[in-house]
Design a protein around this ligand. Structure first.
Ligand SMILES: [Zn+2]
Length: 310
């Protein structure tokens, strides 16, 4: 089904609507008669939900917010039904950034760090590291994982490198986050098409680069698009809501515990009396006592042979 679309052109009634900022929303747009698509995301409540659960040092917070905005943008462009997980695994003060975005437009994210990271460049904060992108489709479809070395001075540049090298998708990203919101804009050349207007891609990027960080965070999506591209023929799609949601359940935690094996679980129980698991995304607490732990393996005939973890 074709998505609802509308044009923005100066002088039309739609220009009156572009100044309204929709919180927690994704806004797709298309350069008409060209092979370029774009998208903007603003995260407000969804971002606050992440910040309410952990007290992140500002440099960690900003990287996590940028990655969260990026995940929302990418999952809306990649056509799949399931989850997209972006991970930055670093060897610097910031050791892990994880964001999951689903095709239902839900997001969750968390970060791990050591010490007290001070404001510094992205390469200094994460050190040498890897970008891991996982697409986990619903049902029986194959899980896909791409891993590349981290390259680039920003989260956006690292992701652009990944998209260009691994997916052959020419893309530009602008990302920003602060204590109140996270936001991002994506421009992408659509695969398999060429533009009659050869300069359009370069022009679109140059105009995108004029967008200041504070403007990206504060301005409504429609106003940003109008400001940057009012001389182009742009099709603006209906904006889509985005929200924070953590998909953790007791059942999923139980499945993870089963992977540890019966002997490992027994040894934790002997040491601590119960198994306590906190979800790092939403802080939900799960406890498994001895009776619960027995039930984890009750249905498994292979219990005596279950492997120990090394
Ligand atoms: Zn959770």
């Amino acid at each position: 089904m074709a998505p609802l679309a509308r044009q923005i052109n100066c002088g039309t009634e739609l220009c009156h609507n572009i100044g309204v900022k929709a919180p927690d929303s994704l806004q797709r747009f298309l350069f008409e008669h060209a092979a370029i698509r774009g998208e903007l995301v603003h995260l407000d409540t969804a971002w606050q939900a992440v910040l309410d659960r952990h007290d992140y040092p500002p440099p960690v917070r900003d990287l996590l917010g940028e990655l969260m905005a990026a995940a929302a943008l990418l999952s809306n462009i990649l056509k799949f039904d399931g989850s997209l997980i972006l991970q930055i695994q670093g060897r610097g003060p910031v050791s892990l950034l994880v964001v999951e975005s689903t095709s239902q437009h839900t997001l969750r994210g968390m970060a791990q760090w050591t010490g007290d990271p001070q404001p510094s460049s992205f390469p200094e904060l994460v050190g040498d590291g890897r970008f891991v992108i996982t697409i986990d489709p619903k049902g029986k479809a194959q899980r896909y994982q791409g891993i590349v070395e981290l390259e680039g001075d920003t989260v956006a540049a690292a992701l652009e490198n990944y998209l260009t090298r691994s997916e052959q998708l020419d893309s530009r990203l602008w990302l920003a986050a602060d204590t109140r919101q996270a936001a991002g804009m994506l421009l992408q050349k659509m695969p398999g098409k060429t533009d009659e207007d050869h300069d359009l891609w370069d022009r679109a990027i140059q105009l995108g680069a004029t967008l200041r960080r504070d403007e990206l965070l504060a301005l409504p999506a429609g106003e940003i698009i109008h400001r940057l591209y009012h001389e182009e023929d742009i099709r603006l799609f209906e904006s889509q809501p985005v929200q924070f949601h953590c998909g953790c359940t007791r059942e999923r935690v139980a499945n993870a515990l089963r992977l540890l094996g019966y002997n490992e679980i027994q040894s934790i129980l002997e040491e601590r009396g119960a198994i306590d698991v906190d979800c790092e995304f939403c802080n939900q607490h799960y406890t498994f006592d001895k009776v619960d732990a027995e039930q984890l393996f009750a249905a498994e005939s292979s219990r005596p042979a279950s492997p120990t973890r090394h």
